[in-house]
Design a protein around this ligand. Structure first.
Ligand SMILES: Cc1cc2nc3c(=O)[nH]c(=O)nc-3n(C[C@H](O)[C@H](O)[C@H](O)COP(=O)(O)O)c2cc1C
Ligand code: SF4
Ligand code: SF4
Length: 275
């Protein structure tokens, strides 16, 4: 069976889950092709020629991150294409997998599995230590091992589709965008920024701009880099900056309390961008 999976990953957790799942499915005899939504267009035929389509994303306030929702909205209508959705969460996934797949179900896809995989938290606080990350990944690995045969056999398995899941979703979703909008405007590069350009190059939505090196060094926040208004708060820049120069307000200068999440495999290098 050919299984295509498209995902978004901010800091590497979802990419890790997809890779582990692909290995499990391949062990079961499936052919798996995984694509980041940053490297493929929704109408690309490589996504659509499989027996099953999978989607995977980090939970942001009981929903999928905005650009991934836009990507899913661009997928062509289907005629009964079996679909599974995986939500990578840190503390409460709610009904995110079901909710993100709903528009696809309305356009002819046939969801048979919604799964939640709990991964290390990548929000600003509390980011787990390396020692704490290990058992979380181990548990996530067991969960993936449990889900793989269900996907392989296209068994019906619906996590988060119950009053508890809906309630979490109902509470979190209306708050998510205003909170993300407010929080994203607190990101800035401090005086230790070397203008290496890593964050500019790797922001999934091109939201960071390098401005005048000549003004850099004054210690004035926002002088070396400028953040636009499209931030989805994936926190790739915050966690991935090699100098830990990106701060969220002044709080996060305290690196022992506000450590950066290095990702399950070290700093996440997303597949090259489409644009
Ligand atoms: C803006 C934002 C919102 C989040 N909201 C939730 C949430 O509602 N529930 C949850 O369990 N985890 C939440 N998380 C944690 C991430 O979903 C989790 O760490 C995920 O594994 C990150 O995956 P990634 O590395 O592929 O981006 C949130 C993270 C961010 C950055
Ligand atoms: S990745 Fe860090 S050091 Fe490099 S430009 Fe961005 S903020 Fe500056
Ligand atoms: S500015 Fe940073 S947090 Fe916002 S979308 Fe870009 S990489 Fe993600």
């Amino acid at each position: 069976m050919r299984i295509n999976i498209v995902y978004f990953s901010g800091t590497g957790n979802t990419a890790w889950v997809v890779r582990e799942l692909a290995h499990r499915l391949e062990d079961l005899g499936d052919e798996v092709h995984a694509f980041s939504c940053e490297e493929i267009e929704p109408c690309d035929e490589r996504l659509l020629d499989g027996d099953v389509l999978g989607i995977a994303f980090p939970v942001h306030g009981s929903w999928a991150p905005r650009p991934f929702r836009a990507f899913l909205a661009g997928l062509p209508p289907a005629n009964g294409q079996p679909l599974f959705a995986l939500a990578c969460a840190a503390y409460a996934a709610g009904d995110a997998a079901w909710y993100a797949a709903r528009p696809l179900a309305a356009r002819g896809y046939a969801p048979f599995l919604y799964g939640n995989v709990f991964m290390p938290n990548n929000l600003i606080y509390p980011v787990p230590t390396r020692e704490q990350v290990r058992p979380i990944l181990e548990k996530a690995g067991h969960k993936i091992a449990h889900l793989a045969p269900l996907i392989h056999e296209r068994r019906r398995h619906l996590e988060g589709v119950h009053p508890g899941g809906w309630l979490v979703g109902l509470i979190q979703r209306p708050l998510a965008e205003p909170v993300e909008g407010w929080a994203s405007h607190r990101l800035f590069a401090d005086e230790t920024c070397t203008q290496c350009g890593w964050c500019v190059e790797h922001c999934p939505v091109g939201n960071i701009e390098l401005v005048g090196a000549e003004v850099y060094g004054t210690g004035t926040r926002g002088e070396s880099l400028r953040w636009g208004n499209d931030c989805l708060l994936c926190l790739r820049c915050f966690h991935g900056c090699p100098r830990q120069a990106i701060q969220w307000g002044d709080l996060t200068r305290n690196e022992s309390t506000f450590r950066r999440y290095p990702g399950p495999d070290g700093r996440y290098h997303p597949p090259s961008h489409r644009a």
